[in-house]
Write a protein that binds this ligand. Structure first.
Ligand code: BTN
Length: 329
């Protein structure tokens, strides 16, 4: 770990409390002057650090900046070195895909404070303003059959709900297939991309991209105002941070991808479903939208619907809308 990482790790760990320059110097194995220089650098990056005579350095208690050091505090040591946080990238999925091609290990996580070209499903853009969300992409190399791999997004939506619930106490729901809602607002979208080997066409790894709106720091574009929401519309309670949420997300994704062969998460997916039992409109791009009643979630993640003629159908792709809730148009 670099000296800068060690200083930041100690400050994040003791957030709101002072640590002496001597103490920091000792744990980073550097001089007090070198600590001072690192602190100046962190302040230039935007960290609010106060220096109190005879007490030392203190990171402001309401600090909420994404960092690998801040995320790793909440994760087991085995994850050390697998978290990569950037200030700005075009898309964390694109960066993670490149890392996957270069051999990144299962569980490698890429995060950014902002994305200049965040990608949504079906070629759409994902609004990713600075310091407002958790934009995370994970490289997954699960040992799954092709059929099981289709359940990654289904499992990921349960992972997102659990992480949000554990960190914020709010109980999100899922609109098939993988949009996460609080009330009638979409607060998270998921985009899974396969990374295949050019030579043999086989899927080598999967990049799982998760975008959670945490707290808006800038006004939403008009077209999102009626559809998108954030975990916190007012003040973010002190002590809840994006680092904490990112760590919980990574932990839950790891847990739930392990459960794919047993389908153990499907019951929770059903319980969190926004569509089951409702009349929905199905848009599958190859035909005119049509109405049906959402009756169940198939073992392979498909949505079982009852058509107006009484017959049952399982849909695997497309989008559904419920009256009053449809976030993509
Ligand atoms: C959707 O709702 O259409 C899916 C949105 C997925 C957004 C996330 S943010 C992190 C990762 N990087 C991207 O460019 N997209 C995903």
């Amino acid at each position: 770990m670099s000296s800068k990482s060690e200083v930041l790790r100690r400050l994040e760990q003791a957030k709101g409390e002072s640590i002496s320059g001597e103490d920091l110097a000792k744990s980073a194995g550097i001089s007090r002057t070198a600590v001072w220089k690192i602190i100046q650098g962190l302040k230039e990056e935007g960290y609010a650090i106060s220096a109190v005579t005879n007490k030392g350095y203190c990171l402001a208690p309401n600090t909420d900046r994404l960092s690998a050091e801040g995320i790793e505090l909440y994760l087991p040591e085995s994850m050390a070195g697998k978290i990569h946080v950037y200030k700005s990238v075009d898309s964390t999925n694109t960066v993670a895909k490149q890392m996957a091609l270069e051999g990144a290990a299962h569980g490698t996580a890429v995060l950014a404070e902002t994305q200049t070209a965040g990608k949504g499903r079906l070629g759409r853009r994902f609004f990713s303003p600075e310091q407002s969300g958790v934009y995370l992409s994970m490289v997954l190399r699960p040992k799954l059959t092709a059929q099981e791999a289709l359940l990654i997004t289904t499992a990921a939506s349960v992972a997102v709900c659990r992480a949000i619930q554990i960190v914020t106490g709010q109980s999100p729901q899922i609109k098939w297939v993988n949009d996460v809602y609080l009330g009638d607002r979409k607060v998270c979208g998921i985009l899974t991309e396969a990374v295949s080997n050019f030579e043999n066409g086989e899927i080598e790894s999967i990049v799982l991209g998760i975008g959670i709106n945490f707290h808006w720091k800038e006004p939403l574009p008009n077209e999102l105002q009626q559809k998108a929401g954030a975990l916190f519309e007012g003040e973010v309670p002190l002590g809840i941070t994006r680092n904490q949420l990112a760590a919980e997300l990574i932990r839950q994704v790891e847990i739930l991808t392990e459960q794919i062969p047993s389908r153990a998460f499907l019951q929770e997916y059903r319980e969190r479903s926004l569509v089951l039992g409702k009349r929905i409109e199905i848009h599958n791009f190859h035909q005119e939208p049509y109405f049906a009643i959402a009756e169940g979630i198939h073992e392979n993640g498909g949505l079982i619907v009852r058509l107006e003629d009484g017959s049952l159908q399982t849909i695997q792709s497309g989008e559904v809308s419920i009256r009053g809730i449809f976030c993509h148009e």
